[in-house]
Design a protein around this ligand. Sequence first.
Ligand code: ADP
Ligand code: MG
Length: 321
Amino acid sequence: MGEFELIRNYFAAAPCAQAGEGVVLGIGDDCALLSVPPGEQLAISTDTLVVGVHFPDACDPFLLGQRALGVSASDLAAMGATPLAFTLALTLPEVSADWLQAFAQGLNQMAQGCSMRLIGGDTTRGPLSLTITVFGRVPSGLALTRSGATPGDLLCVGGPLGDGAGALPLVLNQRRTEASTAQALLARYWSPQPQLELGQALRGRATSALDISDGLLADCGHIALASGVRLLVERDRVPLSAPLLAFFGQDAALQAALSGGDDYILAFTLPPSLLADLIDEGWPISVIGHVAEGQGVTLVDAHGQDVTPITRGYQHFRETR
Ligand code: ADP
Ligand code: MG
């Protein structure tokens, strides 16, 4: 199978590569063409995943396709953008029809779930790696950036944290656990659900936002730095899922939530007066702290005592002490 046949069979033919809203021209020409309605801006983000670095060699190609696009789409969620399209640059060591078929199906499943079209890409030979670029649209001036957090704002997250990191020992076959627990955690890892609707609901409300990919404390550090504020995280309010608690126990579960990464849950800051409406609308929001003057991120216990971890792995977000 040659390059063009491969593109035609597995990507141009995929349901997610067919024409759709905002896509004027898709796969097959030198460029794709997108149209953005007047008064809206294009939000763009690129992620590369390399075998052996970001995913194991032997992983299921369907799950890989699903996860790769889910992780990329999460950046659109974090900006409050509505997904439009994506491109795929794929480097393959060899052409395996079974692998490509399953990969394209996983990709397609996530693409359909997020309403985004595959509009182009590149196909080359080499060590397995994927680069996905996502395109979304957002009303001009309403994108959720990291830089608007204001002292007095609440610090919120869009769901339980730590499940992605909790799944890692299962993904790597290092540990086992009861089937329903394993299933729940592995699903969170392999099919992250980008919080697109929540991101869009936060437009014009949240003062800053991002998706948690490197662990709560490290990512809060990005907001603190970009906004020139201090973020206080209340340790006992960090939401943890039942499967993670069952697998890891309280202490390790909290550790996974604070510094594990791979969550793809939104963290954002919000003026307190706007919280009640969002809760009424049914969004799964947990308030976990607030924004203060100063810099860096501080973890506090129920008495307000500073319990920011001091182990070496945590050093990079300990600017406050
Ligand atoms: P060019 O030589 O003009 O750069 P290519 O031969 O690389 O174009 O690709 C031909 C068409 O197929 C282009 O529209 C390109 O965007 C698309 N394409 C190539 N690889 C992929 C892929 N992995 N997924 C989706 N579209 C792809
Ligand atoms: Mg060309």
